[in-house]
Each structure stands twice: as C-alpha cells, then as structure tokens.
Ligand binder design. Sequence first.
Ligand code: SIN
Length: 539
Amino acid sequence: MITPRIPRPNIHQFDFIVIGSGVAGLFAALHLAERGRVAVITKDALTESNTEYAQGGIAVALGEEDSPEDHARDTLEAGAGLCSPEAVEILTREGPGAVEELMRLGMRFDREGGELVRGREAAHGRRRILHASGDETGHEVVRSLSRRAQVHPSITVFEHTWMTDLLVVEGRCVGCDAMVHGEEERVRFVSSAIILASGGLGQIYAVTTNPLVTTGDGMAAAWRAGCRLMDMEFIQFHPTALYHEGSPKFLISEAVRGEGAVLRNGAGDRFMPSHHPLGDLAPRDVVARAVFAEMRSDGRDFVELDFSSIPLERFLSRFPGIVGELRRRGFDIYSERIPVAPAAHYAMAGIASDLQCRTDLPGLLAIGECACIGLHGANRLASNSILEGLVFGVRAAQLAPTLPRLSYEELGVAAELAPPPVRVGAPAIRPELQRLMQQCAGMERNEEDLREAREQVATWARGIATVPAASREEAEAANMVTIARLALEAALTRTESRGAHYRLDFPAADEAWRRHLTLRADEAGEPVVGFTSVEAPAE
Ligand code: SIN
C-alpha cells in the first residue's frame, strides 16, 4: 500500500485508524496490521477498557455437544424479539473461528485434563462459556492482545490521547482530531478508514460496573458527524454488582450463579424461582428487575448472594478474582452472604452499523459496544460481548482495506482543515447527571421522570461551550450530556416494555414496537426519531 506523506508535525497519517483499545479495537488493529500501518488511539492506558474488567468469559459454541444454532437460539431468546437474526447468525457461526484465532494469538483459557472448561451463565441452555484464570477472562484477553499490539511493527499506539471530533470532508470521514493528556496542542490523524471501537456509556449512571473511561465519546462524536444512533433506550443493568460505596461497582459474575449460587431476599428466602422458570439463571433483565422489586419490598438497598451450595475449594479456585476483592473489602466469604444490587453494565445502544460494520458516514466503521447492529436486541445474552468484539473486529478489518483510498488532494484538504472547536461541559455536571439518570432513567422509567430529566439535560446541553482546547474531563462532560439526552429521548419515545427498557406506565411488550428506534440530528442538532426493521436494522 503506498502511503503519501504529509509534512506537518502535528498531523499523523495512517492507512487505518482504530479509536479505542478494548477487545474489538485491538483485535481489529492486529488484523489490519497485516495490510498497512495502523494507529491505535486510546484516551487512557492501552489496557483500560470495559474488556479488562470482564469476568464471566466468552460464550462460544465449540465442541460436538454444542452448536452455533443452539447458541443463536439462546441469544435470540434473551434479546426479547429485537435481535437481528442475521447478526446473531454471523456471531454464532463465525465465533468459533475467531476464538480459535484468539488462542493462537496467546489467549490461555482454563483447561482441565487438557480440555477447555466451559462455564454456565444466565439464559444459556448449556455450558458454553470459556473463561481464563477463573474469573479474569477480560484481563487475559487484554493481556494477550495488547502485548502483541505493542510490539507489532505496523501498529503505533497513542495512549492518553482522546478524540475531540471526527473529521468530515464532503460527506466522508477522513480522520479525527485529538488531544494528548497534559498537552495544549491538537493532534490530527488522517486516514481512508477510521474504525471506532470506543466502548460504552455506563458512566452516565451513578451506579455502574463500567470504568471511568466509558463516557460514550465515540457515540457522541459519530452523532455530531451525522450518524444515526440506534436503540439508545436499551441499557442493560447487571443484577449482581457488589453493594458498596464508590464507583465503579465491583461485578460479581453471573458465572457464580451458573455454578449454583442463589439470590435471597431480606427474609433469607430465594425469590427467583417465583419470577421465572429458569430461576436464578433467568435472562439478565428478568433477574435485575426481580432483584430491584425485592429490594423495594424489603426496603433495603441490596439483596444477598448465597454461595453456600458451591464447595469452598471449587469457589476459591473458580473465582479467585472475586474472592480476592471480597477479602480486600473485608467480607468473610466463609460465613457471610454477599450484598448485591443491580448496576448499569452494558449498552445495547450505539452507532447504527450494518453487518460489515459500516456506519452512515462513508469511511467510518464502528465495532464493539459503541456500535449497534441490532445483535443483542433488547437484552444482551451473558458473555456475548467479547465474542462480538472478536467477530466484528475481524469483519471491520476485512472491509477497511477495500474502502476507497483518499486522493492526494483529499489528503491535503483533510490536513489543512481548520480544527473544529472542542465541545466542553463543566466537569461538575458529571455527578449530577449520573444521579439524575440513575433516578429517572434507571431500571424502571415513566413518562414524568423521563420528561423531567430530559428538561434538565437539555439545560446542560445549552450550556455546552466550544473552545480551541480543553481537558479530557471537560470533553467527557459534554459527551455524557449528549448521550444522556439521546438515551432519554429514546426511552420516552418507546411506549412499551421490552428487555432492559421497562416503562412503569407501559409495562407490557407491544408487537407494534418490535422495531429499532433510531435518532438522527437535524440541522440544529436536535434528535429526529426514525424506525428500522428487526430484519434489516441499519437500513
Ligand atoms: C458476568 O460475568 O456476569 C458479566 C458477563 C457479561 O457481561 O457478559
């Protein structure tokens, strides 16, 4: 591939730009590195992302007793009627090959007698979750991929470098502007193919399992650049985050219930069997709502997770990360039940993208949690997200080299473009916004609360200023306001309950609503609602 040079010190030109360094971004980058020079831009350390904290594992149909069809059936069932069947088919069919490749790249899954160990998690019809170091799967994924990326001669990693905006020239994405932590000067990255893999938005909630970096930056930038966002009302709450002070909340993996732990209410009674035939292994949205209901009826801020049915030796060896963290926090795992409560965990929401990872903006692809291809529907099946990052990371890497190359003239225009101003909000908005979203757009919503929150967020949105340079915190605050506003808009518009979106004023699912809701910015930047079908979500 011939790469023309642009002699400007603060301009980097690459064949491919990957924004974000979770599993999707790193896997895509390693594939793209076989085809050209890749920049990986990440706003914190290379290893800091949602992937790093994933405990449960990777759901994948490997071996003769399982099949992609069975995995697909469970995924569709959990997704509450809103999964794109084609996306699910791709995930489950291409998943085994992607996981085998991950192993070739150095991923060490847990084995017994040489055989891969398979765990069970909620709503899976069988044991199919591969895990590593017991409950440190995400850490092992990041370890194996980041090491390779760091030493690959075709990959340059830009850490602590946060994107301020995507660059658009004549309706095409040609790169992005960024700032480096602690530096005043803007940096420009120019390329024919930009892959957004910037992760989720959990930080718009006060109670979340997501690390501090998950502020929806990629979604907000794509929105400003004219892309549609989709399914913004569907934000998944994990039922069992450890109940403790501080943020983010420590996750207690669903794999614990897969091994036999059960939930108990204030009276010490099991309650899941009365909520769903699968009991403690019901789909995540069902368990989270049941936990919430029990908390309310008990007048407590948590329920309890009882590990006593898991033999101690097994518990210690299977969940070393959880055991270690509980001990550090002073819990006696031998005699206590552990207090847990739901926490915002995963965005089914994201940038509307097709099965090739194309967004509405030519030149811009989106993968992983920042993208929405309709794969997870209204409620993601446990441990499908790392698999999504792998499968669609490969797909993006296959498509990117086929995108039209920028001409010398276009590269020149991209290089000379005046830097778009940085949008900033006051960092003090962040905790207020988190509290508001938790209160008004959490696990249960209603029109009055959503309207009130939308009004407040719109006021903050009017206060967003544009400046030549800014801190990461200021830019994150603006992105969080943008994303929260869109999540509220979508939640208000969908007048039914489905999966993770539960409206107290519309408690039933409505067949007429079995479609995706999209939002697009009008000329004034106001959201315009659209709809697309479950079968062809991004069209
Ligand atoms: C968990 O380990 O319970 C989380 C897995 C996931 O979010 O898929």
